[in-house]
Design a protein around this ligand. Structure first.
Ligand code: TXA
Ligand code: MG
Length: 322
């Protein structure tokens, strides 16, 4: 990554071309949020239905008012507490700054300041909101490396800024702030429900009607091509299905925390993250690896507990539900 790359990225965005950039969660595919031409290109390349809103990224909390009209001060409190960071705020859209194409025609907009040096530099230089969904084709797993972006999008993206592997690894927490302090969590992420409650002073409502509240949260959005099956560690014989698959000659992978003992021999690959942070960070690269290896099935033991573990569980349950 050089300053030339950054200059090329800024120039491309100004020409209404697309630029992929790293964030701490996943790589984003960016277009200028005020440009209908750039947004049309974004939706075409992503292959995403135009009624699915995308997140608008800005360079600092001070810029929230440049893309949104804040009606409830809770949004400012959350921005001050968590930005830069893995939290997207859904607030009223400023119509002259964010084209309706970015929000699927909704009166609201999702806004976030990513916690990544390179992303912040890009945002500061462009001096406009950057609309950016995850930098994968519609229905594929979010990319957490520049190589994964290239593999998925090829030459359809003008510039891919390489900021190394993403540190968090799963998409941001999304919070609807349009009802004041009665905030609603539309998607779980690294900013936890408890942390939100502490800032707001009351427990948020967790909404799990994905397709209505946050259209991008459909199950298929988090699934690899390899079929994913959950291992219920509370079941009487949790490893029964894994054993049966191995006996039938299937090439299978198992993903489970290192502390989980896998009571089956003949597993082709065992992924064993040491912590919940590692589990989240490596989840999508594990999904991609399962596809690359051409496994017949990926068995997953979802992590227990709240916080980031709950967000990881949400992703693997959706992957298995496909
Ligand atoms: O971590 C992230 O959030 C990453 C990085 C690139 O910032 N972005 C990301 O974008 O995951 P995407 O497009 O893959 O997911 C955006 C989610 C979708 O579920 C969408 O429905 C929701 O945000 N969203 C965006 N604007 C919204 C709005 N106005 N109301 C409700 N949901 C919204
Ligand atoms: Mg996505």
């Amino acid at each position: 990554m050089t300053t030339d790359d950054l200059a090329a990225a800024v120039a491309a965005l100004r020409r209404d071309e697309l630029v992929a950039f790293p964030t701490e969660t996943v790589y984003g595919l960016g277009a200028r949020a005020s440009s209908p031409a750039a947004l049309r290109r974004l939706y075409a390349v992503k292959g995403r239905p135009v009624d699915h809103p995308v997140i608008v990224h800005v360079s600092s909390a001070d810029r929230l008012d440049s893309v949104a009209v804040i009606e409830h001060e809770v949004a400012y409190r959350l921005a001050a507490a968590f930005w830069p960071g893995s939290l997207t705020l859904v607030v009223a859209r400023r119509i002259d700054a964010v084209d309706a194409l970015a929000t699927g025609g909704r009166p609201t907009v999702g806004v976030r300041v990513p916690a990544h040096e390179l992303a912040l530099e890009l945002l500061a230089q462009v001096d406009d909101g950057i609309a950016a969904p995850s930098a994968n084709r519609f229905g594929r797993v979010s990319p957490t490396t520049a190589a994964a972006v290239r593999a998925d999008l090829g030459d359809d993206v003008a510039v891919v800024l390489d900021g190394g592997p993403c540190g968090v690894g799963i998409e941001s927490t999304i919070v609807d702030c349009t009802r004041g302090d009665d905030i609603r969590v539309l998607r779980l992420g690294a900013v936890t429900v408890d942390a939100l409650a502490e800032v707001v002073g009351r427990m948020p409502t967790i909404v799990d009607n994905g397709s209505v509240a946050a259209p991008g949260t459909l199950p298929s959005h988090y699934a690899p091509r390899t079929p994913v099956a959950l291992v219920g560690v509370d079941a009487i014989d949790p490893w029964h299905d894994v054993e049966a698959a191995v006996t039938a000659g299937a090439r299978i992978g198992v993903l489970a925390l290192a502390t989980v003992a896998v009571a089956v021999t003949g597993v082709t690959v065992r992924w064993s993250p040491e912590s919940i942070d590692d589990y989240a960070r490596d989840l999508y690269s594990t999904f991609r690896a399962a596809d690359t290896l051409g496994l017949d099935r990926l068995f997953v033991v979802a992590p227990l507990g709240g916080g980031l573990a709950a967000a990881v569980r949400d992703r693997v349950e959706r992957a298995a539900a496909r």
